[in-house]
Ligand binder design. Structure first.
Ligand code: GBH
Length: 457
């Protein structure tokens, strides 16, 4: 079976991970500049100062996209390029970069998909409370309006937020991402203000009235209990509440899940949730973006755990921990490879929440890529990973999911947040000494899939 006609095969990146040029053309500092320049926060002290130098190599990167035959490209706009201080009039030089990028995409018939927020909050706003402040939601809507005014004629797909769970919990709860707070009350308040920011931005963009499609991207993971024990099932339900329902319920049902509110009743009084907020958050979206990487297999926290787990997987405050299911492969991130979870989560959104157009806005894997003596990158593991996940997407389509496109994470190897440059997700290898780009075998394989429109061969 083939993918639907017009299916948007694409690849994704995010501003801070690829652009570099951190101090050019009026860009202000973001929380990720501050965080990455704080010793001990990012592996080996890596920063996004130069990254892939995409800001200066955008023409070359556009040509690479065309070579692969991408039908779509998902990128994010750096808020601190547009508003160096997080408020006030637009910095035209910042907007110009994205105007050039979008024009280059259009020339090559590649559909742009724009994300307004992929975690690079202007530092000036963090200094006033960041996402724990309601003001930030309002500033975000103003920023969205500026970008929309500049690009709504040339960009049809708009994503307000990338992964509010990660921004809130990894940034404000677990402290492993910028701004590095470790406080669940802050993570809950950040969650609400991110969702409110999404709502206000959507209102601002809708009010200029044109036919563009507006949505939001969530990272979603099926959650499975590690055993039939009641304690494990309860722990799995808590993780599902925190990771999935805390975002899906307000967006599609206009309410926070009762069990999650109950779980955190001693952590927060939720006074940041004001009358009318949830109704606004539940305003209809035109599509949902789903970033899928893995399932969570959960057991009740054992205490004195048998092995070290990556910090994010401890799900602080949930009395739960992740286990690696028997016989499951892992990627270089240590994440389990579970393609059927993609089918499951897409079907769940349709059956439990809403049957709406969906995009896989990210999926991909890190492996230990290297350039062989022939100058090639033979990433057959990435090819199998992608093939299996494309099949899982196909299975979801067969089960009635209205899947419109698939963005592979990522076009390029890039700054992998707390892991710095040590983890490579790209279809294209980046030599960080010279910034030379080398398309991997997976890029050629993907080009073939796109050309043929099916997975055979
Ligand atoms: C995406 O995040 C990001 O959007 C992208 O910028 C990034 O480069 C890419 O993935 C690869 O990391 O919470 O640690 O228990 C994905 C983030 C990964 C968060 C899986 C939840 C579950 C493991 N998600 N993670 S953990």
């Amino acid at each position: 079976m083939s993918f639907p006609e017009g299916f948007l095969w694409g690849a994704a990146t995010a501003a801070y991970q690829v652009e570099g040029a951190a101090n050019e053309d009026g860009r202000g500092p973001s929380i990720w500049d501050t965080f990455s320049h704080t010793p001990g926060r990012v592996y080996r002290g890596d920063t996004g100062d130069v990254a892939c130098d995409h800001y200066h190599r955008v023409e070359e990167d556009l040509d690479l996209m065309a070579e692969i035959g991408l039908k779509a490209y998902r990128f994010s706009v750096a808020w601190p390029r547009v508003q160096p201080e997080g408020s006030g009039p637009a910095n035209q030089k910042g907007l110009d970069f994205y105007r050039r990028l979008v024009a280059g995409l259009r020339e090559r018939s590649i559909e742009p998909m724009l994300t307004l927020y992929h975690w690079d909050l202007p530092q000036a706003l963090e200094d006033r409370g960041g996402w724990t402040s309601r003001q930030t939601s309002e500033r975000f809507a103003e920023y969205a309006a500026l970008v929309y005014e500049a690009l709504s004629d040339s960009v049809s797909y708009w994503i307000t937020l990338n992964e509010p769970w990660v921004a809130a919990w990894m940034g404000y709860g677990l402290g492993v991402h910028a701004p590095g707070h470790r406080n669940s009350e802050k993570a809950l308040s950040a969650t609400h203000h991110l969702l409110l920011g999404h709502a206000l931005a959507l209102e601002a963009m809708r009010s200029s009235g044109n036919g563009n499609r507006l949505g939001v991207t969530l990272n979603l993971s099926p959650v499975r209990a590690a055993s039939a024990e009641t304690a494990d099932a309860e722990a799995a339900r808590r993780v599902d509440g925190n990771a999935n329902r805390l975002y899906l319920d307000p967006l599609f049902r206009g309410s926070y899940p009762q069990d999650v509110l109950e779980h955190y009743r001693n952590t927060s009084d939720f006074s940041f949730v004001r009358e009318g907020d949830l109704q606004r958050i539940a305003a209809p979206i035109d599509f949902l973006g789903v970033n899928y990487y893995m399932c969570h297999t959960i057991r009740a926290e054992a205490g004195g755990g048998a092995r070290e787990l990556p910090i994010g997987m401890r799900f602080s405050d949930l009395g739960a921990e992740t286990v690696l299911p028997e016989g499951v492969r892992t990627t270089a991130m240590g994440w389990p490879v579970e393609p059927d979870g993609l089918t499951e989560i897409l079907v769940r959104v349709k059956e439990e929440y809403r049957d709406l157009p969906v995009f896989v806005t990210e999926n991909g894997c890190a492996i230990y890529d290297y350039v062989d003596p022939e100058g090639e990158v033979n990433d057959f593991e990435r090819v199998s990973y992608l093939r299996e996940h494309f099949r899982a997407a196909q299975a979801a389509i067969e089960r009635g999911v209205d899947l419109r496109g698939y963005m592979v994470w990522s076009l390029l190897d890039n700054f992998e947040w707390a892991e710095g440059y040590s983890k490579r997700f790209g279809l294209v290898f980046v030599d960080y000494g010279t910034r030379r780009r080398i398309p991997k075998d997976s890029a050629r394989w993907y080009a073939e899939v796109i050309r043929r429109g099916d997975l055979e061969g």
